[in-house]
Design a protein around this ligand. Sequence first.
Ligand SMILES: C[S@@+](CC[C@H](N)C(=O)[O-])C[C@H]1O[C@@H](n2cnc3c(N)ncnc32)[C@H](O)[C@@H]1O
Length: 206
Amino acid sequence: MLKPIANSYDRIMQGMEDAGLTELRRQLLAPLSGRVLEIGAGTGRSVPLYPDTVTELTLAEPDRHMRARLEDAVGRQPRSITIDHSPGEHLGFPDDSFDAVVCSLVLCSVRDQGAVLREIRRVLTPGGQFVFIEHVAATDRPRRLFGQRALQPLWRLLAGNCHLTRYTDDAIAAAGFTITEMERASLRAAPPFIRPSIRGVAHAPL
Ligand SMILES: C[S@@+](CC[C@H](N)C(=O)[O-])C[C@H]1O[C@@H](n2cnc3c(N)ncnc32)[C@H](O)[C@@H]1O
């Protein structure tokens, strides 16, 4: 991520957060408990929203500019939180380390979505929860082709490899997860090309 973008990230996101993203994050995180890993935690927007039932929180963030902001956010929290540098494609944790893994607006940006999902599956306990909120390819063809696909090359450069046309729910299912809850909705106050989104919960195989 370019340093100026990392430094402006919270300001850029504020409209979306106020329009409902913070509340969506809160709802997805509220049922979590035990050992939780968040991948690509960014500037730590979700950090204050984890419930007390989460006993061990680990935040992985490979980008040094985002991680500097994350360290500030974690420093303001009363609980003890571990920050890790691993990219999602190579998580530095043993098998079965976490009861839940969280991704918010991350699977759009990773270099290899399949590899990240395999790693999430590996570090989750059998039956563990994978909680996600991600923007995805539009289901309507004109928006996907003339909006998202046309803008994608420029957007990837500006926004840290963020792809606009990924079928992330298909990738989650293809990685062997069972999606038990999923809602498709528009991210309010986002630019039109990142509004199509999914949020939900998937489970690793038992
Ligand atoms: C749009 S930001 C989202 C940040 C945060 N999760 C949020 O909800 O605000 C995308 C994040 O994914 C991170 N990221 C990019 N590639 C990654 C990878 N291969 N593994 C883990 N995180 C990655 C970026 O550094 C950035 O912090």
